[in-house]
Design a protein around this ligand. Structure first.
Ligand SMILES: NC(=O)c1ccc[n+]([C@@H]2O[C@H](COP(=O)([O-])OP(=O)(O)OC[C@H]3O[C@@H](n4cnc5c(N)ncnc54)[C@H](O)[C@@H]3O)[C@@H](O)[C@H]2O)c1
Length: 453
């Protein structure tokens, strides 16, 4: 790794140094007279990118110096918000799909947030790191094992950090349960369940005019995610969106920090949901009724870790169902299940009876949520978007390793290509590469809790 790179002059003197350490979010609202601002470029200002923009505009320690999107309407919307906030007008890019490279050439960009379609993630992130820009990357980070390695190699060759912007790791209940895990309330951990269980039929298929308009178009005729996401369901039978579920579980069991994913087996059901939706809303004669979707409607993977835990990950986005990430965290003393909002801790709960989880989650509420929860609530996705952006900005300002790093991005995203091969081979186990090249053995565990106490 190129350690010679000069650290940026906005590094805070109080930086928590050292690769692999997590960062204590350190809000600077109204108190940054002596501190330079992080100069940020946004690549992709679609639905998610403008969400990040909105949250960044609420901070006084960030200056948006450049934005890039190939869709002029998204650029116009973003410029309006920036102007309204009183921030100076940023440089604008998006003349073609590779214009982001001109943004990456700017000296006045210290960090970038990439919120583009999945197939752009790795190539943009890799080039951003090579250009020395502290990189925030939306989920999922990579599509193939080669791309997972590309991210790791770009980080190690350039010495530039990448944070995977997995907001669910910052959800209030997740952070409370992480707090319980760190305080050993569940005892030694054995088993986790999680997944992305979200009826996205109306996102993958729409009327091409509004992102959630009832319709059955996608691809060139679609809008927002239906423009690009749906094609993945046509082309791949894989868990294409694993990180919202697996990210929080991986943090709890210290993946890449004393533990690692060792192997995965995956199975898929047949594919019916999207076809039925097209027939129901567009009619049997609609051309899209002929489309063959490769992705099974419910995809179930079981991951084994080197420390002897199992993690069941589900992808379920093409069928009618209420949203749930289906979390379960289980140790020798008891377990939490998000569905049913229930907790059971031996010796504390009435034997064989569930407690309502609320009291437990309140008792172990994470100190960060206690402190900033009220402020965070307006930020989107129940507040977690505030914390993920805060962790990114604070890590980037200090130019230190982020809490969720490139090794996490690679290991979590590897579920997509590995599940694909496993499904194709009737559930045959697939080994995870060791993206840390052996360093998982001695990397320090996540210390979000230690840092805040
Ligand atoms: N963490 C979360 O909760 C969350 C929520 C929604 C989306 N996402 C992720 O965010 C990313 C974006 O999703 P979205 O919903 O905003 O999609 P979107 O389609 O609304 O936005 C993507 C934007 O990227 C632009 N774009 C495409 N190619 C480009 C290029 N080469 N150069 C510049 N701009 C380009 C598009 O014009 C579009 O405006 C995806 O990875 C998605 O999975 C995460």
């Amino acid at each position: 790794m190129n350690r010679q790179k000069s650290r940026r002059n906005f590094i805070k003197k109080t930086a928590i140094a050292g690769a692999g350490m997590s960062v204590l979010p350190n809000l600077t609202f109204g108190n940054n007279e002596n501190q330079e601002k992080l100069r940020l470029g946004l690549i992709g200002v679609g639905l998610r990118g403008t969400n990040h923009l909105k949250n960044v505009l609420l901070r006084d320690d960030v200056l948006i110096t450049a934005i890039c999107d190939i869709d002029q309407t998204r650029i116009d919307l973003s410029l309006q918000s920036i102007e309204k906030s009183g921030m100076p007008k940023p440089k604008v890019f998006g003349k073609n799909e590779y214009d982001y490279r001109n943004l990456l050439n700017l000296k006045e960009v210290d960090a970038v947030i990439i919120s583009t379609p999945w197939l752009w993630h790795t190539r943009m992130a890799k080039e951003a790191m090579m250009a020395g820009k502290y990189t925030g990357l939306e989920v999922s980070a990579a599509n193939t094992l080669e791309e997972c390695w590309d991210l790791v190699n770009a980080h190690e060759d350039s010495g530039t950090h990448l944070m995977i912007l997995e907001n669910v790791n910052y959800r209030r209940d997740i952070m409370a349960v992480l707090n319980m895990v760190r305080q050993d309330i569940f005892g030694e951990l054995l088993h986790f369940r999680c997944g992305y269980q979200h009826d996205l039929r109306f996102v993958k298929l729409n009327d091409g005019k509004t992102a959630y308009g009832k319709g059955v178009e996608f691809g060139e005729k679609g809008i927002s995610e239906s423009k690009w996401r749906t094609q993945h369901s046509v082309a791949r039978n894989a868990d294409v969106y694993p990180t919202h579920g697996v990210g929080p579980m991986a943090t709890m069991c210290n993946i890449n920090r004393g533990n690692r994913f060792s192997s995965i087996t995956s199975n898929a059901t047949k594919s019916i949901g999207l076809h039925n939706y097209i027939v129901k809303n567009g009619g049997r004669e609609h051309p899209n009724a002929k489309v063959k979707f490769k992705q099974g409607d419910v995809i179930t993977s079981t991951i084994e870790t080197t420390m002897g835990e199992t993690i069941i990950v589900t992808h379920d986005c093409n069928l009618p169902r209420p949203y749930s990430l289906g979390f379960r965290v289980q140790g020798v003393n008891g377990l939490w299940e998000v569905d049913g909002n229930r907790m059971y801790i031996e010796g504390k709960s009435e034997p064989h009876k569930w407690d309502k989880a609320d009291e437990w989650l309140k008792k172990y509420d994470h100190p960060l949520w206690k402190k900033y929860g009220e402020h965070a609530m307006g930020a989107g996705h129940g507040g977690m978007d505030f914390f993920v952006i805060n962790a990114f900005v604070e890590s980037a300002k200090q130019n230190i390793a982020p809490p969720l790093d490139v090794y996490d991005a690679a290991a979590w995203s590897a579920i997509t290509p590995l599940s694909e091969v496993s499904i194709e081979n009737n559930g045959e186990p697939q080994d995870f590469p060791d993206f840390t090249r052996g360093l998982w053995i001695k990397r320090e565990p996540y210390n979000w809790i230690k840092d805040t106490y």
